[in-house]
Design a protein around this ligand. Structure first.
Ligand code: DGL
Length: 277
């Protein structure tokens, strides 16, 4: 449904909600915040269901639908950004059916720009197992990269590392966790790698350093961010800057008190760790 049809039922002052299984979507929120500084933001890290990567599409859908319902009840956001490839490729279509009154922006592997960029037509995709096996990814490849050889590499350890150890890790540990995936891409001679899991943006520099200057890394942060701005504009949904926005708020699912790393992430992104939801 186009955003404009929903305009009357929406409040410009309402926040934009970002959702992920954990901290992967924070760089996406940061991009949008930089480009739309008058907006209010809430971020929902579905720590209680982390990780999404090993789950079936039904399980991912159930987890994300629960998060959308919780955020809807608590904040009534004007826009939901699924800052998670796994959630988007596994569940976005069903979410749109389940919540027809809500506006969703999804995050999908940046296959189209990768195919445009690649010279040797050998493209690596680093993603969760769920994304690697998703029909949605097959469709993207068929549509935009049918002339390319695609090397799909799952990186579950990298997801876990970013979520739980990133800030405490040494530079060597950060290089080590990406080494196996990098080795596979190198052996296959790819000239382009798609970071198709939002958690992997944190290790962009390490992956790039290991792959070398000649291999380009592509992610979807700017594409997703621009889509959010476009919806705000075409739907006349921009918040009126009559008062200062509140600092973005980070909420976690689950029952345990937040582990120490979430305070580091909140501090790094200058957002408020606001407790459990
Ligand atoms: N950050 C997510 C993605 O973009 C999922 C990571 C996970 O929970 O496995 O796919």
């Amino acid at each position: 449904m186009p955003a404009t049809n929903l305009r009357n039922s929406l409040d410009n002052q309402a926040p934009i909600a970002f959702l992920d299984s954990g901290v992967g979507g924070l760089p996406y929120l940061q991009w949008v915040r930089q480009h739309a500084p008058d907006e209010n933001f809430v971020y929902f890290a579905d720590r209680g269901h982390f990780p999404y990567g090993p789950k079936t599409p039904d399980e991912v859908f159930a987890a994300v639908a629960e998060g959308v319902a919780k955020c809807g009840a608590a904040f009534d956001p004007k826009l939901f950004v699924l800052a998670c490839n796994t959630a988007s490729v596994s569940a976005l279509e069903r979410l749109r059916l389940e919540f027809p009154e809500k506006i969703f922006v999804g995050t999908v592997p940046a296959i189209k720009p990768a195919a445009r960029y690649s010279r040797n037509k050998r493209i690596g995709i680093l993603a969760t197992s769920a994304t690697i096996h998703a029909h949605y990814l097959d469709g993207l490849i068929e549509r935009f990269a049918s002339s390319c050889t695609i090397i799909r590499v799952p990186g579950p350890d990298i997801v876990n590392f970013v979520e739980k150890k990133f800030f405490a890790a040494t530079p060597e540990e950060r290089l080590l966790v990406v080494a196996e995936a990098v080795e596979k891409f190198r052996a296959e001679g790819v000239d382009t790698v798609v970071l198709a899991c939002t958690h992997f943006l944190y290790l962009h520099n390490e992956i790039h350093a290991e792959l070398g200057e000649d291999v380009r890394l592509i992610d979807s942060r700017e594409g997703v961010g621009k889509r959010v701005l476009e919806i705000l504009d075409t739907g006349d949904l921009r918040r009126l800057p009559s008062s200062r926005p509140f600092p973005p708020r980070l909420y976690l699912s689950g029952t345990q008190p937040p582990e120490a790393q979430y305070a580091f992430f909140a501090d790094y992104f200058k957002i408020e760790l606001s407790g459990l939801l």
